[in-house]
Design a protein around this ligand. Structure first.
Ligand code: PAF
Length: 281
């Protein structure tokens, strides 16, 4: 596996793979877990070469968020990337992505104003901007993202289409711990009691799925199914629960099975904010 740092080195490594080579790209913020590695392995299976980036992107963190404490393990990450079959690992510094004078940002409108976007102002502007830069340097055939960050996939799909970036977007299922907790680098913040409590997100989604499978189509009653499960966990403080149109993320009144619904939630457990979601169809 080749390890590169600057934009120039990455572009050079990409050129060396060959213009006609299919390249699968997995952008990450590091502290890699099975969710990331499943994307790398899939990229390697579906494309001739796999490229991954590790960059804790400062522009997607709010001023009171966890940028300075975000978990990092570069040596561990490189070892598991190599094992997963990654061909090129790109580890840019902040100044490689945002050199002095940098002043261009990508703002996706509409779908960024709700859910995570409403609670984390500027977050998706940071995500869209960095992903646009990463895609422009790596020039992949396909880019791989996890369903865990459902709104991010909707925002980036919009950006890729609107800006004609010419990349196929692949969204892979959320990888879960045996008890159902969605894998996330932020799970490392949880102490044992919080870790046990965190399974409440998955249980809340399951309650909604069960209600939906039983014929419930009223979105408020589906939201209540989630809220009631969260209320039963003393360590969990709900931020939002949502039953939204999976295409544009507008909140639903009634779920039309022909369209389905994205059920999602954000919950604070201690100082850690966790998100999870499930598609109902
Ligand atoms: O999903 C993430 O880890 C990040 O938002 C991404 C896509 C790597 C952009 O920094």
């Amino acid at each position: 596996m080749k390890v590169v740092r600057t934009r120039g080195e990455c572009a050079q490594a990409r050129a060396e793979l060959g213009l006609g080579t299919t390249v699968g790209f997995v952008p990450t913020m590091g502290y890699l877990h099975e969710g990331h590695l499943s994307l790398v392995r899939r990229a390697k299976t579906e494309c001739a070469a796999a490229v991954a980036s590790i960059f804790v992107n400062p522009t997607q963190f709010g001023p009171t968020e966890d940028l300075s404490t975000y978990p990092r393990d570069l040596d561990g990450d490189l070892a598991v990337l190599e094992e997963a079959g990654c061909d090129v690992a790109w580890l840019p510094e902040v100044a490689d992505i945002y050199p002095p004078g940098f002043s261009t940002f990508v703002d996706v409108e509409g779908v960024t104003t709700v859910l995570e976007g409403a609670r984390r102002p500027g977050h998706f502007r940071g995500v869209a901007t960095v992903v646009a830069i990463l895609l422009n340097v790596v020039r992949p055939t396909r880019a791989y993202f996890g369903q865990k960050d459902a709104q991010q996939t909707v925002v980036l799909r919009r950006m890729i289409e609107d800006l004609a970036l010419g990349v196929d977007m692949v969204v892979a299922p959320t990888v879960r711990e045996p008890d159902g907790l969605a894998m996330s680098s932020r799970n490392s913040y949880l102490d044992p009691a919080q870790r046990a409590a965190a399974v409440v997100l998955h249980r809340a989604l399951q309650a909604t799925r069960t209600a939906y499978a039983g014929g419930e189509r009223d979105a408020d009653r589906l939201r209540t199914a989630m809220t009631e499960v969260i209320a039963g966990e003393p360590l969990a403080e709900p931020d939002y629960v949502s039953v939204a149109d999976p295409r544009d993320l507008t909140e639903l009144t009634v779920v039309d099975p022909a369209v389905g619904a994205l059920t999602s939630l954000a919950v604070r457990i201690g100082r850690t904010r966790l998100i999870d979601n499930e598609l109902l169809f």
